[in-house]
Design a protein around this ligand. Sequence first.
Ligand code: ATP
Ligand code: MG
Length: 411
Amino acid sequence: MPNPTSGHPAALGPVTAGVPKKIRPAKFSTLSKPGVAAVAAPPKPEFSFSLKPREIARHLDRFVIGQSEAKKVLSVALCDHFQHVRMTREGLAAPYYQKQNVLLLGPTGVGKTHLIRSAAELIGVPFVKADATKFSETGYVGGDVDDLVRDLHRRAGNDAKKAEHGIIYLDEVDKLATREQGAGRDVSGRGVQTNLLKLMEDGDVPLTSPNDMTGQLQAAMAAMRGGGGAQPETVNTRHILFIVSGAFSGLADLIRRRLVAAPLDPKNPKPEKNSDDELFQRVSTADLIQYGLEPEFIGRLPVRVACHGLDTDDLFDVLRKSESSLIHQYERAFAAYGITCEFRDDGLRRLAERAAGEHTGARGLMTVCERVFRDLKFRLPSSRVKQFAITAELVDNPAAALQKLLRSAAR
Ligand SMILES: Nc1ncnc2c1ncn2[C@@H]1O[C@H](COP(=O)(O)OP(=O)(O)OP(=O)(O)O)[C@@H](O)[C@H]1O
Ligand SMILES: [Mg+2]
């Protein structure tokens, strides 16, 4: 299982350079504390946010190939949310504001997590990611959903104010579905959904977990020292944006069945022929409820968008154009031994074709590259080879290409 709160995957790679000149991540600054001598400069806002949806989308374009609808929807939802947070912090309250929590649907490896991480990095808000499968209803087995907020607090450098406008990203929420048939999770999935409801709306989470004995003892001792009146510190979730995602396998069939049974739609006369991607675009609340998610849970996710599958052309562009492309990782790995590797277009296309056959989205690129480069990575560092090109021929037969390289370098 991936590390639930790992940093940006490309934090060591090109993404760190990832913010365009004109768009800088929003900076946090805390108001000067009372009692501290006043300085001439006007007080800085507690939270500043001035991005526009197109700026976020343009930033995402640099790392994530395709997914234009998801980029658009996410950019708008993020701007709405963080403009609202900014205005609220500036004293312009909006008592009837409804939070735009987001549901991202789509197959594995097509950029769902990549989109959210890249956006959170740009906005400069604390961000945590976890898989919904690690939680249990009681919190005794696995984690308790409140732990997400505590993780966010840690990510925010233990600054509760910062944590209160972070992003919580919960992957694999489809596994919380409680379906009669199929591979849905047991009833505890429903319990986890119920526990999430309060967090998604407006809840106060104590920073000490009831399951954390050390924390409990420390809190008790502090309370005793303070005469018993000390309240545990909490983080309020009203302004925490929740983004959830899942592959929802089997959902396309449910949508197809609904469309086929419905009266003929002149705009889509043959729903039985729709691809899964097309069907996902038409997902309704009823489909998600039928899939096994609770109406109250789905109801708190008003923004829904589907990511599409990646075909060979998309995968080619993932390698060629994305600033987080895997090829930079390989160039870097060989450069460490003084070896230059040059990726040619025919080589990239062949890698993309192979990866498309894996049906795991851009994750297929990693699998394919690992196999192609395995022996080259093992042998070339201790050879005299100082440069080589990745062509379709090399991808088709890496062993023969390696022998050829070793032979010509030995001469
Ligand atoms: N559209 C894309 N453009 C560029 N890179 C991508 C794209 N989709 C995926 N990748 C690459 O593949 C890796 C895996 O993608 P990501 O973690 O975003 O998948 P996901 O959609 O969240 O899948 P899962 O449902 O399995 O969690 C990313 O780190 C990124 O390098
Ligand atoms: Mg993911």
